[in-house]
Design a binder for this molecule. Structure first.
Ligand SMILES: Cc1cc2nc3c(=O)[nH]c(=O)nc-3n(C[C@H](O)[C@H](O)[C@H](O)COP(=O)(O)O)c2cc1C
Length: 306
């Protein structure tokens, strides 16, 4: 269905994606783990797990738990490191024709720039997504994403060393989200992705301990959707660069809501854990919707009525 004649292409800065459905960082591995389920090259793109300069083991277990309306995670950015990604994972993604967005994370501007330089040396990366909004690390993360000046400095440091498109990932915990978004735009971001998780807590009343070893974790899934939708809508009216919407998207209707609110593309996250084909299902549903409505996917962007 997604290979039909319906025009699903969207443009984000200099990049045209074949459709607006991507997978969210940290919920789709390195894009290779879902090969048994569907051809991931059909998606608009995949965002890699957050890559750091050196491999990271992440936080001790338990690192995830379910809540009534989503999940909490405190993975702590466990990843293979940028070098292993570039030499072991990326060539396979390239061979499969997957559109790859490299999500990167560091605790200093210099290390963000070093990561950008390393990834930019490889062919086959469509964009860099800067994770300045991880709630599960002591350094970096929210300290960057909640502060317009700090987020802009990271963006500018990366802008100075790469010609790859830069997407900056917003935190729902930023008091002045529009201010952070505008500052990143000024500093050279090509798009904003919104939103990352928001910190939550879950307690086991029998043991009287937090369910996560880290105590707090990032809340994702259905609970996030109305919040994310409102933030995407607000950001889309504040900045001129495209917004990529994320937060609780599990169905085609969820994705269309984000497009109507002003997102140019969306990312499917936690839903992939319950249904590994969630992103493909959302994509097929979008193709069917656009065919029935006789519209292109881009015609939905920002069409929320007064
Ligand atoms: C287990 C897990 C790991 C994640 N790891 C990352 C990460 O490495 N980098 C990042 O920018 N976001 C990460 N995220 C945030 C997601 O990309 C997404 O922004 C968030 O989960 C909201 O979308 P969802 O409700 O569809 O899951 C992670 C989320 C989960 C659930």
């Amino acid at each position: 269905m997604s290979g039909s004649l319906v025009d699903l292409a969207v443009t984000i800065g200099d990049v045209t994606l074949k459709n607006p459905i991507l997978t969210a960082s940290g919920t789709f591995g390195y894009g290779l783990e879902y090969d048994d389920f569907f051809d991931t090259a059909e998606l608009g793109g995949i965002c890699t797990k957050g890559l750091s300069l050196l491999p990271r083991a992440g936080n001790p277990p338990d690192r995830i738990c379910e809540t009534a309306s989503g999940m909490l995670n405190a993975i702590g950015l466990a990843n293979v490191g940028v070098e292993a990604f570039c030499t072991e994972k990326l060539p396979k993604l390239r061979a499969r024709g997957v559109t790859v967005v490299a999500n990167i994370f560091a605790t200093t501007e210099e290390d963000f720039a070093a990561l950008a330089i390393r990834v930019s040396a490889e062919a086959g990366v469509a964009a860099l997504e800067l994770n300045v909004s991880c709630p599960n690390v002591d350094k970096g993360g929210l300290l960057f994403g909640c502060d317009a000046i700090a987020a802009a400095r990271v963006t500018a440091a990366v802008r100075a060393v790469t010609t790859l498109p830069i997407w900056v990932k917003m935190s729902p915990e930023a008091g002045d989200l529009k201010g952070v978004g505008l500052a990143c735009q000024e500093a050279g971001a090509d798009a904003l992705t919104a939103i990352n998780t928001i910190r939550g807590l879950s307690i086991d009343v029998r043991t009287k301990t937090a369910r996560l070893a880290n105590r707090t974790g990032g809340l994702s899934g259905p609970a996030l959707k109305p919040l994310a939708l409102r933030m995407v809508w607000e950001l889309a009216r504040a900045v001129t660069i495209p917004i990529i919407g994320i937060g609780g998207i599990a169905t085609t209707d969820d994705a269309i809501e984000f497009l109507l609110a002003g997102a140019t593309a969306v990312q499917v996250g936690t839903a992939s854990f319950a249904d590994p084909t969630a992103s493909k299902r959302v994509l097929d549903g979008l193709a069917a919707y656009c065919a029935a409505e006789k519209i292109a996917a881009r015609d939905l962007i920002g069409k929320l009525r007064a």
